[in-house]
Design a protein around this ligand. Structure first.
Ligand code: 4LM
Length: 403
């Protein structure tokens, strides 16, 4: 991949399609080949020994490295603006492999109060059993985080926008605070992808992803990634994944994510445009009590959204007048939008976080962590927006929530 003008960096979509693949190195294959192999032959015992010792750069075994997975890692690091990446079998594989490599018993993590349910479960039910304390607090309050930082704090962790309620965290403020105490910030960038937001540019040290979502984009696999400094990624690879989780991404799934990345920019533009149209429509509907979408001027952190994200994304949180009962009737009445968890697919997905993705939180925890019982989450897909709007309209009419 050679830029026409070597002084001008190539654009996002160009790098998402071409970065680090040279067909001439692969028999001219335009599409990167899939190396479906668990192990790699050594030319000699000496070579194998040197590979294990880290003195020879070749491949050993696909749990620690595979050429198809390596291309995806290189591409994701490039798109996030990082130096290195590790791909994993799922988003939870990325979060667990990364964090096991960074903390040990006695350490503490400070995390935002609203997180994807299984991340919350890992922090509070998993890490807590291993002697790692996770303090959750409202990271929109920078002073509260500053006060909470103690001698054992090893990591700051957040999502922005947070799943499911769309609260944003000021990433630059959080990264600055962490840096002043020598503590890295890890950001889950699943909702945005690097096309909309690049946390490393705001000072974060690590980015994690569920590549199951927008990055792959077609709902046909699970995958994850962590992007960060080379040395830390090496530790996550040779300790976190190799010895702790074994959450290895299959080369075939890496190929599918690489294929998805080629249309990431196109897809995100469409997700964002349709979500903006639907958010405006919903906000003006008499049956709707609240729409939380970073692209609406009434979004409480609208200025931060404009500073930190290039577009507002494809996720909408909404509550109907009539709360959970109306929300359930609305969900059941939908015909085109699919009742399913996950997000970032071509299909529009709708789910109820309190009883589904965030049921790892107790009702009391949900209340304390800003997950309202009436919240309905919409992942706006790639269908014709007029069809989606018509589906929402007929379902709202049946929700019993009209004012
Ligand atoms: C969901 N989410 O919300 P894997 N980080 C974020 C996520 O939303 C998720 C993961 C990590 C949903 C799954 C059912 C912000 C997942 C975990 O599912 O392990 O690839 O990602 O609907």
């Amino acid at each position: 991949m050679k830029p026409a003008d070597p002084t001008k960096p190539l654009g996002f979509a160009t790098r998402a399609i071409h970065h680090d693949h040279d067909p001439s190195q692969h028999e001219g294959a335009l599409v990167p080949p899939i190396y479906l192999t668990s192990t790699f032959a050594f030319e000699s015992t000496e070579q194998g020994m040197r590979r294990f010792a880290g003195e020879n750069p070749g491949y050993i075994y696909s749990r620690v490295g595979n050429p198809t997975v390596a291309l995806l890692e290189s591409r994701l690091a490039e798109l996030e603006g990082g130096t290195a990446a590790l791909c994993t079998a799922s988003g939870m594989g990325a979060i667990t492999s990364a964090i096991y490599s960074l903390v040990q018993a006695g350490d503490e993590i400070i995390a935002d109060q609203t997180l994807y349910g299984c991340t919350f479960g890992f922090f509070h039910h998993g890490l807590a059993r291993l002697g790692v304390t996770v303090k959750t607090l409202d990271m929109t309050r920078t002073e509260a985080v500053a006060t909470a930082i103690g001698p054992n704090t090893r990591l700051l962790y957040c999502e922005s926008p947070a799943n499911p309620n769309m609260r944003l965290i000021d990433l630059a403020a959080m990264a600055d605070l962490g840096r002043s105490h020598g503590i890295p910030l890890m950001v889950d960038n699943t909702y945005c992808t690097p096309y909309l937001q690049r946390p490393l540019e705001h000072g974060a040290t690590y980015v994690v992803h569920s590549a199951t979502k927008y990055l792959s984009g077609h709902g046909d696999l699970l995958a994850g990634a962590v992007i960060g400094p080379e040395e830390d990624i090496q530790r996550m690879r040779f300790f976190g994944i190799k010895e702790m989780t074994g959450a290895v991404l299959s080369p075939f799934d890496a190929f599918l994510v690489l294929r998805g990345l080629k249309t990431l920019a196109l897809r995100m533009d469409r997700h964002c445009a349709s979500a903006t149209t639907l958010a405006h429509y919903l906000a003006a509907h008499p049956a709707v009590a609240r729409v939380t979408y970073p692209g609406l001027p009434e979004f409480p952190q609208y200025d931060l959204a404009r500073r930190q994200m290039s577009q507002a994304g494809g996720m909408i949180a909404l509550e109907l007048k009539g709360g959970f009962t109306a929300g359930r009737a609305f969900m059941d009445a939908l015909r085109l939008c699919t009742r399913a968890v996950s997000l970032g697919d071509a299909e529009t997905l709708v789910q109820h976080p309190a009883s589904m993705t965030h049921s790892t939180y107790s009702p009391e925890e949900q209340e304390a962590h800003g997950i309202s019982p009436g919240l309905v989450r919409l992942s706006v897909g790639l269908e014709e927006v007029a069809d989606l709007r018509a589906d929402l309209e007929q379902a709202l009419a049946k929700s019993g929530a009209s004012a």
